[in-house]
Design a binder for this molecule. Structure first.
Ligand code: BGP
Length: 490
C-alpha cells in the first residue's frame, strides 16, 4: 500500500445500521395500513422461500422501542430505515393515515432521544397495491405526482427532525427483479417495460428532490444505489472494453441520470437499436437536469467480472474451447431484433466467475477491496459525498444452547470492508457514514429467515415466530467497540 499510515475516520462519522420496512415491521394491516405489492406478491405460491412473508417479520412495528434500546446500548450513531408508503397513504394517493405517520414519528423521536441520527428511505420496494391496480404503478406517469405527494407529506412532517433522506433504494435492482426476471413484484418479464418504468422512476426521483429543496432546504437527499464495480477478466483489450460496457450498462445508466440528468450515450444507442429505449416526452430531460443529489448512498455487496462476448470474439483466448458450429449457428445471432431486445447487454459483455474471490453460502462474491474500488470510482466520476447505506454478510447463524451466536465470520467480513473504506478515505474519498446491513436479523426477500445479516439475532424461523426474542450476537459487541473507538479498534 502506498500510504504510510491510514487517516482516522472523520470525527462525526455516522456508524450505523440499516433495515427496510417490509423486512422488519410486520403489522402488515395494523392501524389502517393498506397492502403493498409485496403483501400481495409474497402470497403467490412458489414465489418466496418456503412461502415466507412479512406479515409479522420481526415485529418491529410493535417492538421498535426495544430495538432502539439495543441500538442505544451499542452506541449506534445512525439508523437507516424505510417508510412504508401504504402505511402513510394506504391507497397511495388518497387520505393520509395519521396513525401510520405517528408510528414513524415515534420511531424518529425515540432515535433522537438516544442521539441516533435517522436516515429515512422513502422507497424500499413496496409501492401501494392500490396504485399497481389503478394504473400499473411505476409504469404510469401518474405515479410521479403521487410519489411526490407522499414524499412531501414526509418532508413536511419530519423536516425539522430528519437531516438525511434516501429517495430510492436500489432502483437498478428492483426494476430488474420486478420487470425483467419476474422474481419480485410486479412479476413482469419485459425489458422494454422495464426501461420505461425505470425512466418514470427517474422522473419521480427528480420531482421529489425538487420538492425537497423547497421544504427541507437544510436536509441532504440522495439515492441508494446498488453499486458493483465491473472488472475485466484480464488485460486482453476486448475484455477491457467489455468491462467498460458493463460499467456503463449496469451502473452509469442510473448514476449519470441521478447526478448529471443524462443517459450515457453508448447504452442509449444500444437500447435504441433494439427498440427498448425509454420514450421521452418534452420536459423530461429538463426535469432530470434540474436537480442533483446532495450525496450518493452506496449499497455494496460485490461487483462483477466480465469478458468480451464469446459470440463476437470466438477466437480470443479463453474462448478457444467453444464449439465453432455452435457459434456459427448461435440462436442469438439468428434471432430477430425484438428477441435480441430481451438481452440488450448480451453483445456488450459476458459475466464470468472471478477466480480470485471466495463466495458466501449464497454464492455472492466476497470482495472487500471492491468497496475501495467502488468508492474511488464514484468519487472520481461524480464527486459527491458518499454514505455506504448497505454492506453486510448473509450467513447461517447458530444459536448455542446457552444462547450465544459466535459470528466471527461476520466480524471478519465487516472488518475487512471497514479497513478498505478507511483506505478509501485515506486516498481522498469523502465518506460520511457506513450503515451495515442489518441491525437485527430480518426477512430476506426471497430467502426467508435463514439468511441472516443482523448484529442482533431474532429467534424465529420460517415456520415458527416463537417469542421473537432479541439476542445480541458476538458481532454486536465487536461493532460497539468499533463505534466507541471511531474505527480505531477493529
Ligand atoms: C439489498 C436490499 C436489501 C437486502 C439486501 C440483502 O439489495 O436493498 O433490502 O435485502 O440486498 O439481500 P438478500 O436479502 O437477498 O440477501
Amino acid at each position: 500500500m502506498y500510504h504510510d499510515k491510514l487517516d482516522a475516520f472523520p470525527k462525526d462519522f455516522l456508524w450505523g445500521a440499516a433495515s427496510a420496512a417490509y423486512q422488519i415491521e410486520g403489522g402488515w394491516n395494523s392501524d389502517g395500513k393498506g397492502p403493498s405489492i409485496w403483501d400481495t406478491f409474497s402470497k403467490i405460491p412458489g414465489k418466496t422461500f418456503e412461502g415466507t412473508n412479512g406479515d409479522i417479520a420481526v415485529d418491529h412495528y410493535n417492538r421498535y422501542q426495544e430495538d432502539i434500546q439495543l441500538m442505544a446500548k451499542m452506541g449506534l450513531k445512525a439508523y437507516r430505515f424505510s417508510v412504508a408508503w401504504s402505511r402513510v397513504i394506504p391507497d397511495g394517493n388518497g387520505e393520509v393515515n395519521e396513525k401510520g405517520l405517528q408510528f414513524y414519528e415515534n420511531l424518529i423521536d425515540e432515535l433522537k432521544k438516544h442521539e441516533i441520527e435517522p436516515v429515512l428511505t422513502l422507497y424500499h420496494w413496496d409501492i401501494p397495491q392500490a396504485l399497481q391496480d389503478e394504473y400499473n404503478g411505476w409504469e404510469s406517469r401518474k405515479v410521479i405526482e403521487d410519489f411526490n405527494r407522499y414524499a412531501s407529506v414526509l418532508f413536511e412532517r419530519f423536516k425539522d427532525k430528519v437531516k438525511y433522506w434516501v429517495s430510492f433504494n436500489e432502483q437498478n435492482v428492483f426494476t430488474a427483479l420486478g420487470y425483467r426476471w419476474e422474481a419480485h413484484p410486479p412479476n413482469i418479464s419485459d425489458v422494454k417495460r422495464m426501461f420505461q418504468a425505470n425512466h418514470i422512476i427517474n422522473l419521480a426521483n427528480a420531482k421529489a428532490i425538487q420538492s425537497f429543496r423547497e421544504i427541507v432546504p437544510k436536509g441532504m437527499i440522495g439515492p441508494s444505489f446498488g453499486y458493483g464495480p465491473m472488472y475485466s477478466f484480464d488485460c486482453e483489450p476486448n475484455n477491457v472494453l467489455a468491462a467498460l460496457n458493463g460499467e456503463e450498462f449496469q451502473n452509469h445508466w442510473w448514476l449519470d441520470v441521478y447526478v448529471n440528468g443524462k443517459y450515457p450515450k453508448v447504452t442509449w444507442k444500444q437500447l435504441e437499436r433494439l427498440n427498448v429505449a425509454p420514450s421521452l416526452e418534452d420536459g423530461d430531460m429538463t426535469l432530470l437536469q434540474s436537480v442533483k443529489p446532495d450525496f450518493l448512498g452506496v449499497n455494496y455487496y460485490h461487483g462483477g467480472t466480465v469478458r468480451a462476448n464469446e459470440i463476437e470474439f470466438p477466437e480470443q483466448k479463453g474462448n478457444e474451447n467453444l464449439d465453432k458450429d455452435f457459434v456459427a449457428t448461435d440462436p442469438y445471432l439468428m434471432q430477430p431484433k425484438d428477441e435480441q431486445a430481451q438481452s440488450p447487454e448480451k453483445r456488450m459483455f459476458t459475466n464470468v466467475k472471478n477466480p480470485h474471490l471466495e463466495t458466501t453460502n449464497w454464492g455472492w462474491e466476497i470482495d472487500p477491496i471492491g468497496i475501495r474500488i467502488a468508492l474511488r470510482r464514484l468519487q472520481n466520476r461524480y464527486d459527491l459525498p458518499m454514505m455506504v447505506t448497505e454492506n453486510g454478510l448473509g450467513a447461517y447463524d447458530d444459536l448455542t444452547e446457552d444462547g450465544h451466536v459466535e459470528d466471527d465470520y461476520r466480524i471478519e467480513y465487516l472488518k475487512d470492508h471497514i479497513v478498505e473504506m478507511q483506505k478509501a478515505i485515506t486516498d481522498g474519498v469523502d465518506l460520511i457514514g457506513y450503515c451495515a446491513w442489518s441491525f437485527t436479523d430480518l426477512l430476506s426477500w426471497l430467502n426467508g429467515y435463514k439468511k441472516r445479516y443482523g448484529f442482533v439475532y431474532i429467534d424465529r424461523d420460517e415456520k415458527d415466530e416463537k417469542q421473537l426474542e432479541r439476542i445480541p450476537k458476538k458481532s454486536y459487541y465487536w461493532y460497539k467497540e468499533v463505534i466507541e473507538s471511531n474505527g480505531e479498534k477493529l
